[in-house]
Design a protein around this ligand. Structure first.
Ligand SMILES: [Zn+2]
Length: 461
């Protein structure tokens, strides 16, 4: 028994013991508090979308699922592939409770995140000459539109026709932010937009043997439309080289067809001239007849939207050389009194009576009114066949042009030439009068071809 020990304990000892206990107690309490706090707090993740904090989640997979849900919803909404474009980062945090945690099941949190997450949508564009003209959910829709445009021409492939587009047309994959998503079209809708007619005028040069109805049939257009595009055109009177306006359709995308063919054609001969003093100036004579050769032509026919556009000659190979035509060309000085074959006006004045029917008879020439005594000139060179009085003609001069033609000059006042005399074109042969059957001073002028009167106006230059 250590009775004395107990008894010996004084007040000072008691104070030391109290302090120790207090210290131990404090350590214990602190430790317990920390442990309790540690046990009760939760590990969580702060989520950053594009470096911007948007909230806390209990696990990364919770958020991943949430974003995936948003992506899938967008996919079903747009009907095409959707990607998440936002950068997602997580930061570990400890929270006393889970009150601020985004819950994947909560609609409110979904819309909050959906507003913040950047989505990108994969779409397909029909691109024409570098410009997107229509957008689609999938490549197949875009392809369908292009095929539909070409469809009416596909059958021509059997005949070696290559069908392409006039424009550079392709399908482009585009990834666009969902906020900038253009209107996506159905193939049918896009097709009718593209095929909106945007009419343009095209020229056609009339070829030998063309008629308007033939051109219309060949180009698949209506005669009525040709008339409409060519105001004032007489469709029964078109001439080679004349330009016609043909109204042909043009669209946003136009179909071009090309066909290359090879065919044999005539190779035209050239004409070579050889000078000779055996012919008069202005006279020509074929010395050696030309002969056409043969050539192999490679040509490319181009049509646009089914309308012939152009024929391009790609290559020309001579199979058989043509033989040139050799033509003699006169150098001998022509006598002034020799006919040129072209008549000049024999006198100046107004035509008072034309060739043809007159008062139940036939007027065999033309009457040119002029004052008495004015000059009458030979219409062309020749020899005077007659110079004197001849009944109704009064004083008459007849010139033989020695080329089948004769000219008559009637009702003269005075005659300045004699039978057998050679005269040059423009030489004065008589003066205007009113001898014979005439009612006033005038020249009665006739042209006869092999003795038969013809209309002088068709021969005078
Ligand atoms: Zn007359």
């Amino acid at each position: 028994m250590q009775k004395s020990d107990i008894v010996k304990m004084d007040g000072t000892d008691m104070k030391k013991i109290d302090k120790k206990i207090l210290m131990i107690l404090m350590v214990v309490i602190t430790t317990v508090t920390v442990v309790v706090m540690l046990v009760r707090s939760t590990k969580a993740y702060e989520v950053f979308l594009d470096d911007r904090s948007i909230g806390i989640v209990d696990s990364q997979s919770t958020f991943t699922e949430l974003v995936e849900n948003i992506r899938k919803q967008a996919e079903s909404r747009y009907g095409t592939e959707v990607f998440v474009a936002s950068k997602i980062d997580y930061k570990e945090v400890y929270l006393p409770d889970s009150g601020r945690i985004i819950n994947a099941a909560s609609g409110e949190s979904i819309s909050q995140v959906a507003d913040s997450v950047l989505l990108e949508v994969k779409i397909y564009a029909i691109n024409v000459d570098g410009e997107d003209i229509a957008y689609f959910r999938d490549r197949a829709s875009a392809e369908q539109v292009l095929e539909q445009i070409k469809a009416p021409y596909v059958q021509d492939a059997e005949n070696g026709v290559v069908t392409t587009f006039v424009e550079a047309v392709c399908i482009k994959e585009r990834i666009v932010p969902s906020s900038e998503l253009p209107e996506l079209q159905d193939p049918e809708e896009a097709y009718s937009d593209i095929m909106q007619e945007n009419e343009t005028i095209k020229k056609y040069v009339v070829q030998k043997g063309d008629t308007v109805s033939e051109i219309a049939e060949r180009l698949g257009i209506r005669v009525k439309d040709i008339e409409k595009a060519n105001p004032g055109l007489n469709i029964h009177r078109i001439s080679i080289g004349q330009e016609l306006n043909l109204s042909v359709p043009r669209y946003r995308i136009n179909v071009m067809q090309t066909k290359t063919t090879v065919y044999e054609d005539a190779a035209p001969y050239r004409v070579e001239y050889e000078e000779t003093d055996e012919l008069y100036k202005g006279e020509t004579k074929v010395k050696v007849r030309g002969e056409e050769g043969k050539k192999l032509v490679k040509a490319c026919y181009i049509s646009i939207n089914g309308y012939p556009e152009e024929t391009r000659i790609l290559d020309d190979t001579i199979l058989e050389e043509p033989k040139p035509e050799i033509v003699l060309k006169g150098t001998k000085e022509r006598p002034r009194t020799m006919a040129y074959g072209v008549f000049y006006w024999p006198s100046r004045g107004r035509i008072t009576s034309r060739y043809g029917p007159r008062w139940g008879e036939r007027h065999s020439g033309i009457d040119i009114a002029a004052s008495k005594g004015s000059a009458i000139k030979a219409a062309d060179g020749g020899v005077v066949k007659f110079a004197g009085w001849n009944g109704n003609y009064g004083k008459l001069v007849i010139i033989d042009h020695e080329n089948g033609y004769t000219t008559y000059y009637g009702h003269c006042n005075t005659i300045k030439v004699k039978t057998g005399q050679r005269v040059a074109r423009g030489e004065v042969i008589a003066t205007v009068g009113e001898t014979g059957r005439a009612t006033g001073p005038h020249l009665h002028f006739e042209v006869r071809k092999n003795g038969v009167p013809v209309n002088p106006l068709n021969y005078i230059k």
